[in-house]
Design a protein around this ligand. Sequence first.
Ligand code: SF4
Ligand code: SF4
Ligand code: SF4
Length: 321
Amino acid sequence: MAKPKVAFYWCASCGGCEEAVVDLAEDILKVVEAVDIVLWPVALDFKYKDIEAMPDKSILVSFINGAIRNSEQEHIAKLLRQKSQLIVAFGACAHLGGIPGLANVANRKEIFETAYKLTHTTVNPKEIFPQLVTEIPQGKLTLPEFYDTVKSLDQTIEVDYYLPGCAPPPDLIMKGVQTLLSGNLPPKGTVIASEKALCETCPRNKTKPDKMVIKEIKRIHEVIADPEKCFLAEGIICVGPATRGGCGERCINANMPCRGCFGPTKEVIDQGAKFLSALASIIDANTDEEVQKITESIIDPIGLFYMYSLPTSILRRKQGV
Ligand code: SF4
Ligand code: SF4
Ligand code: SF4
């Protein structure tokens, strides 16, 4: 019997999600044995035309990581949707827009100005910027169109399942692959992880006082964090209350607070707003000046509260740019 066909593809990605597949170590052999990989640009030399030539829905599942930032990524995501029975948004960038999605605080023009003109290490006296089409004696060179707004995968194509995390942990990847290959499919739209918030499974939860109040915000590099105590109770921002569990408390176990890469739980629409509300409920301030002082001590609130989820938040992007 022919093996099921599987594709891996990366869009606006750091490569970490590809690395996560390699991190399956010997388990990757089980995957390779069970499936026929038809596209995996980081590892194997398949061409887009190979995929275009395949019958529609002939790929069982395509795992797509990375956000949608340009026209090539959009085109291949749509092509894989056409050729695949199932699409899995693999990792925080595909799931929620991820770290590339923080670029939604600017527009294309501002990003190009910064990258190709304003940075201290850039010398560009002729102000040459990337062009969609460049004529050279040998013909035309083309580049994908760089979009104004970063999107999650499901803002571009229909997505069947989500494997969360930056990057998804190996045990969850194996669980996802085995579930999809078994044919015993969960309901469409399932995020393959815990339904509980991270705080509920965090070993430090028991150290939270009955009534939690904080008078100041400390940044993780400014203190030596107690390896047993709840970060938030110590005044260190930890996005656990607004984040889905299932990562194995990876950061917490390394004595680092959660930054929210598993995204919100099912009931939460906006992860950043949910965390802001949790934080506001524990801040102990009696005067406007005290409130002002505490809020000013939160450096880069968008980067902290929406580190992985700005494109799928209610705000989605900075307005008016
Ligand atoms: S989810 Fe994390 S590891 Fe995966 S591509 Fe995005 S930034 Fe990289
Ligand atoms: S706030 Fe952070 S450290 Fe505290 S219980 Fe939740 S996840 Fe754990
Ligand atoms: S602790 Fe938070 S940021 Fe770290 S892996 Fe888990 S969900 Fe992601």
